[in-house]
Structure formats: structure tokens, C-alpha cells
Design a protein around this ligand. Sequence first.
Ligand SMILES: Nc1nc2c(ncn2[C@@H]2O[C@H](COP(=O)(O)OP(=O)(O)OP(=O)(O)O)[C@@H](O)[C@H]2O)c(=O)[nH]1
Length: 320
Amino acid sequence: MILLACPSSYRVLSAGSIPLYALTDMPSRLVVLTLPAFFLCVTVSVRLRQEKAAPALTPSVCSKPWAGSASGGRPRNSSRPWRPKSGICTLQTNASFGAVFWGSESVQAVLPGRQDLLEKDFLMSIASQVPCCPLNTGDTGVGKSSIVCRFVQDHFDHNISPTIGASFMTKTVPCGNELHKFLIWDTAGQERFHSLAPMYYRGSAAAVIVYDITKQDSFHTLKKWVKELKEHGPENIVMAIAGNKCDLSDIREVPLKDAKEYAESIGAIVVETSAKNAINIEELFQGISRQIPPLDPHENGNNGAIKLVKQPSQASRRCC
Ligand SMILES: Nc1nc2c(ncn2[C@@H]2O[C@H](COP(=O)(O)OP(=O)(O)OP(=O)(O)O)[C@@H](O)[C@H]2O)c(=O)[nH]1
């Protein structure tokens, strides 16, 4: 499930709680891997392009970003001292993933000196489902990490390891007259984390739900997530369904027709992908980008951003 956040709802108080919880739960991670839910949180920063030159697509990767600060600061492994640029701190809408300020800084790293760009931040998260089969540890994921890896790095690893803890990836892509920055947080999930799912999708503007076309169960589980999103997710949330591993269509269990009918019934985007053969990965994210409402330039500074006003120096203050 991928979710784009409306920039109006901030959740600062729980900043960093999810990653830390994942850390403290490491000993039970072996159990986690056999269970069905996997989450990924993605923030998309949308910027209006005011120059003709298109920026290069810029992937960047940061593992264990949550090690930086429980309050959502920058990753500890960054060598540069962090400070907000241009007096504007972009408060990421789902601060519970420790994304406060990190998104703002990474945007500057990707596009240094582009303070002219207007920005609006969205939050996305992704959850993919595999059949719940605790005894079958070989029944690995539906390919969520592989999709993200293909999208960000254009790379596929046949022997990719199951996600432990969390990983973080970003990629900025041009979309029409805007720049969309995807900040992707990837955390493993399990049944007992299910109650935390609202922290991933609350305040989000779009969701992508991933299933494995060779596993009917994963398609059933997808429907549960859609139901939950409809009941508890943000109003007007954009939903996209990704049927991964379409290179294995000779052993498919989920007909494309079923996915299309279902997607149509819920008004979602649907696409079959193959992270392995790089099929429809770009299209998936482009489809999401196209669903993001265009920016109103006059809104800049009012949405998803906090302006830090420089205080007058001591010398210039007057006592009355
Ligand atoms: N044939 C094929 N295999 C894939 C594809 N995508 C992923 N895989 C394989 O599926 C397995 C699981 O992929 P992951 O990307 O780790 O799946 P995941 O859902 O992220 O699982 P976790 O990392 O455990 O959350 C790996 O062996 C991948 O090589 C695909 O498009 N086609």
C-alpha cells in the first residue's frame, strides 16, 4: 500500500516511534518474516518547475535512517551538519517515521540552490501482502522491496534479503511542470503491527497496494487493506494496485481481468509489474504522480511547510 499524505495533518509527537519499535523488536524478527504484512512509507515532495531545464533523476539511498533521532532528525551517518535551508523547514506529514526535516534536507541535496522551486509534500506508504503461512518461511514477499529497488536504482537482485528493520530510498522525477520527490521508507510488518497501520496511512493522499499475481491469497489480502483504507483512511485517497511478478504469468493465479474489475469497482489505478524485468515500474509511479493534484503556486509556504522566522539579535532588541 502506498499512501500520499495530505499536508494538513502532522503527527510530530510520535516521531520516530515506528523505527525504534522495529529496532527493539529485532529478536522476534525471524517470526516477522513469515507473516504477511510489509509496509513501506513514501513521501512525495512535489515542486513546481520554474525553469526550462529538466533536473536529472536523482536516486539516493540511506539505510537505517531511523538511527538518526527518535524525534525524527537527520540520519546519523550523514557527514554534513544539518540545518534548515532558507529558513524554511518542511515538516513531513508522517513524522512518526522520523521524517521531520530529513525530507527537507534531502530535497536540498538533490536540487541544491533551487529555493526558487515551490514545494508541496505528500506522504506515501506501501504495504504488500503475502499469504499468511508461518510454517512456510520460503514463501517470501510479493516483491515490494524489489519494486522500489527497480524504481530507485534500476536494479534487481535475485537474492534480495527480506527487509529487516527499515530502509530508506528517495527518487525525484519530473512530472509535467512539477518535480515529484518520492521519499520511501520501507519497514517490515507483521500481524501484531497491524494496529499500527493507521500511522502509515493516516493523513495520506494516495496508496498503492501490491500483490503477487502468482498467489491468489495475496490478492485476497489486498482487498482487506482496501477495505481498511476505505473505512479508516483519508477521504479521497488515491489508490493504485500493483500485481507484481507478471514475468511469471504462466503460473499466474490472479487473472488480470479480476484485478481490473476490482480496481474499477474501487476507482483505483491498476497495473501489472515485474521488478525483475522492469515492466511497468516507472508507469506505476508515473500513474501515482499524475493523480496528484497540480500545485497552486500561491499555496507555497502554507502547505506542509513551517516558516522559521529569524529572531532579532540581542543587540537590536529594545527594552520598553
Ligand atoms: N520472478 C520475479 N520475482 C520477483 C519479482 N520481484 C521480486 N521477486 C522475487 O520475490 C522475492 C521477494 O522479493 P522482495 O522484494 O524481497 O519482496 P518483499 O515483498 O519486499 O519482501 P520483504 O522484503 O520481506 O518485505 C525475491 O526472491 C525476489 O527476487 C518479479 O517481478 N519477478
